[in-house]
Design a binder for this molecule. Structure first.
Ligand SMILES: [Fe+2]
Length: 329
């Protein structure tokens, strides 16, 4: 019997055509691993797993009720729809002149079916944004076991606003079955893979790892195996959890999402809970670990208080250390 058949039974949206494309795109071992982790995730999240469902139900209800009691729920929901773009200047030493002022647009944690209004806002923003490349750091939908058409439809509208190369990784809310459709839209999906992008006489290496949070399927070594052939190496990871290995692998810049900035924050944007093992300072915004510079976008959230909802971060490479694009004197 086909080893992946067990995992696609009951998931009719993974059609025979998609299965064929997946088998052509991934090794049997990798495909088997990904689908089996998805299956476990589905089982854990299903109503059959009463403890898991109840735990999450009560956690969510507790947060909602606390906000309602404090009269803050409608404000929190409004915050989540208030999508805005954050500009971030990244200072890298020994940056080749040809790559100076290179602009990377990051889109993360769209969770499309949670709010179409927020997606419309994203599309409006994208129409005004200039960038050299766009990276998508996962969690396009919410339900991993849901038909792909709606997610791909919204992504196609987003892609129509972007006239630049687009690279993507999967998050813990994404099925690998999305990959053929996303690649047909023109997104270069990186699942423990890397690609060298030529820029005049210099080059940018872009690596992407599979989800490191719930699925634990990241393989940085494999993804960065050609990074030394480029002047700058960028790594995309849905979750920032891999920051230590990314630094050891020689990556210079890591872009992530997943944490939603803690979703509910205390004054001063201190997150109450991060769905990640990283130190709190890495839960949102820019941070540094040794030689690695990182940016964790808070993404779109269904309920957020104190953290402003931020869908996209536009990162601009600069060799300057101040917040202006200048080469240091
Ligand atoms: Fe996530």
């Amino acid at each position: 019997m086909d080893p992946i058949q067990t995992f696609v039974d009951g998931r009719s949206f993974i059609t025979e055509d998609i299965q064929r494309e997946l088998k052509a795109r991934f090794s049997e071992v990798d495909l088997f691993k990904r689908l089996s982790r998805e299956e476990k995730f589905i089982q854990r999240s299903s109503r059959k797993s009463k403890f898991y469902s109840r735990k999450n139900f009560f956690k969510r209800r507790l947060i909602e009720n606390q906000l309602k009691l404090a009269g803050l729920y409608s404000r929190a929901a409004k915050n989540a729809r208030d999508v805005r773009i954050t500009n971030n200047i990244v200072s890298l030493r020994n940056l080749p002149e040809a790559i100076e002022n290179f602009k990377i647009l990051q889109i993360s944690d769209l969770h499309i079916e949670l709010s179409y209004a927020a997606c419309d806002r994203v599309i409006d923003i994208l129409e005004t944004v200039e960038c050299d490349i766009c990276v998508m750091t996962g969690d396009y939908g919410v339900e991993i076991n849901k038909a792909l058409d709606e997610t791909l439809r919204i992504l196609s509208v987003i892609l129509s606003c972007l006239n630049v190369p687009v690279f993507g990784v999967l998050g813990n809310h994404d099925t690998i079955a999305l990959v053929p459709g996303m690649e047909r839209l023109g997104i270069t999906m990186l699942l423990n893979e890397g690609i060298v992008l030529k820029q005049d006489n210099h080059s940018l290496f872009i690596a992407g790892v599979d989800d490191a949070s719930h699925f634990q399927l990241h393989d940085i070594e494999k993804a960065t195996s050609f990074s030394n052939k480029a002047d700058v190496s960028l790594i995309l990871s849905h979750s920032p959890d891999i920051y230590e290995v990314a630094e050891r692998a020689g990556c210079q810049l890591m872009l992530s999402g997943h944490t939603h900035g803690g979703q509910i924050c205390l004054a001063g944007r201190i997150p109450i809970v991060l769905d990640s093992l990283v130190p709190r300072k890495m839960g949102s915004g820019s941070w540094r670990h040794g030689r690695l510079i990182g940016y964790t976008t808070t993404g779109r959230r269904d309920v957020s208080y104190a953290c402003t909802s931020e869908l996209s971060a536009r990162n601009r490479y600069s060799s300057a250390s101040a917040c202006k694009c200048r080469t240091p004197g």
